[in-house]
Design a protein around this ligand. Structure first.
Ligand code: UDP
Length: 367
């Protein structure tokens, strides 16, 4: 392995693609740091994969693992085995993983077992809730990473509290915001509101996909009850994640939702149209991590459908408030947002659109 060996960048899901896009762009501009992109195949359908490569100008992956429908455990095993094969063939100088999905942890473990240095971008985010599979992925990836690229001082303090040596930590910032900045012009040009007949500030936007919210009938029914009530006050647009759709159908809720005149259901949207819908919403309801950050940047009221968050700054700054699956609280917060009773918030440090630049500068000084 030499310093000319490539950096192996691994991505596998919608939020991963959004996070690696600005980094790949910065690496291409730099030109002197060889890299390869691996797509793990975790998300492989048009609405969660191809459209993001097209819209965010991500080069085609150098390696794509075959899509796989098995259990979580089988998927983990398969990604690890395939990553071992790739690592042995490429002898990368560094394996680079992002975020908190199963791909992140599986690729991280493969790197460590193959004795290749590992970097984790978005290190140190913690919700404190180990019932979330993503929290376990975050803790375990950080535990084995050689280089912890943290989002800011709070993430750094989590890592230090877990006993990580300071010299392993580099504060690089929030890469999701790089993508938002880079794509802002294209987001502004999206005509999705016209296409859907939605007036700016005249609708609510809902996203939902966390297992804790959608895999059991209790929370999912309470969330749908709040949605149904809210949809009588203003139109609610709900781009439904495939996992959520499957569970809504499974619990017999899908057909009832289709009968609600104020609720607009559609499939997952591309980044640009979705960004435009966030920018112009009156109110956003979500259990997504990235969407909590994007509403903070746009100053749009965000009701977070969780009882914890790994992005607490969004709550402290005031744009996001936690409501879990509590129907009453969701509707109470929605009334406040509709009455304009919501803080404007501000943007945290290192959400400046220059994270990819800092990551590349850090890569440059690696041996
Ligand atoms: N997003 C999108 N289309 C959608 C819903 C979300 O492009 O229909 C984007 C959103 O703008 C954010 C990212 O997907 O940048 C968040 O991904 P997700 O909610 O899947 O993951 P999380 O952020 O919770 O890890």
């Amino acid at each position: 392995m030499t310093s000319r060996s490539p950096i192996l960048i691994v991505a596998g899901t919608r939020p991963n693609f959004i996070k690696v896009a600005p980094l790949l762009h910065a690496l291409r501009q730099h030109g002197g740091l060889p890299f390869r992109l691996v797509h793990s195949g975790q998300h492989h359908d048009e609405n969660l994969f191809d459209i993001f490569f097209r819209e965010l100008h991500i080069p085609p992956p150098d390696e794509v693992l075959e899509p796989f429908q098995g259990s979580t455990m089988e998927r983990f095993g398969r990604i690890m085995v395939e990553m071992e094969r790739l690592i042995q063939g490429m002898s990368p100088r560094l394996v680079f993983v992002v975020g908190d999905v199963d791909t992140t942890l599986a690729a991280a473990l493969a790197a460590v077992k193959c004795k290749v240095p590992l970097a984790h971008l978005e290190a140190g985010l913690r919700s404190g809730d180990r019932r979330m599979p993503e929290e376990v992925n975050r803790i375990m990836t950080d535990a084995v990473a050689d280089h912890l690229l943290s989002t800011g001082t709070r993430a750094t303090s989590h890592l230090l509290a877990e006993g990580q040596p300071r010299e392993r930590i580099v504060e690089v910032g929030n890469i999701m915001i790089d993508t938002l900045h880079r794509m802002q012009g294209a987001i502004d040009r999206s005509i999705v509101l016209k296409q859907l007949g939605l007036p700016p500030r005249g609708y609510a936007l809902l996203t939902l996909h966390r297992p804790g919210n959608v895999d059991e009938v209790g929370p999912l029914s309470r969330l749908m009850e709040a949605t149904a009530t809210l949809s009588r006050q203003l139109p609610v647009l709900f781009p439904v994640h495939p996992r959520t759709r499957k569970m809504l159908e499974h619990f017999g809720l899908w057909e009832q939702l289709q009968l609600l005149p104020g609720l607009r259901l559609c499939g997952p949207l591309g980044y640009l149209d979705f960004g435009r819908l966030v920018r112009d919403a009156r109110l956003v309801l979500t259990d997504s991590g990235g969407v909590q950050e994007e509403t903070t940047v746009y100053g749009i009221p965000c009701i977070t459908l969780r009882d914890t968050t790994e992005r607490p700054e969004t709550v402290e700054l005031g744009t996001s408030r936690l409501a879990a699956d509590d129907t009453h609280r969701i509707l109470e917060l929605a009334s406040q947002a509709l009455a304009g009773d919501w803080p404007q918030g501000s943007i945290p440090p290192l959400w400046d659109g220059r994270t990819a630049e800092r990551v590349v500068a850090w890569m440059e000084q690696l041996d």
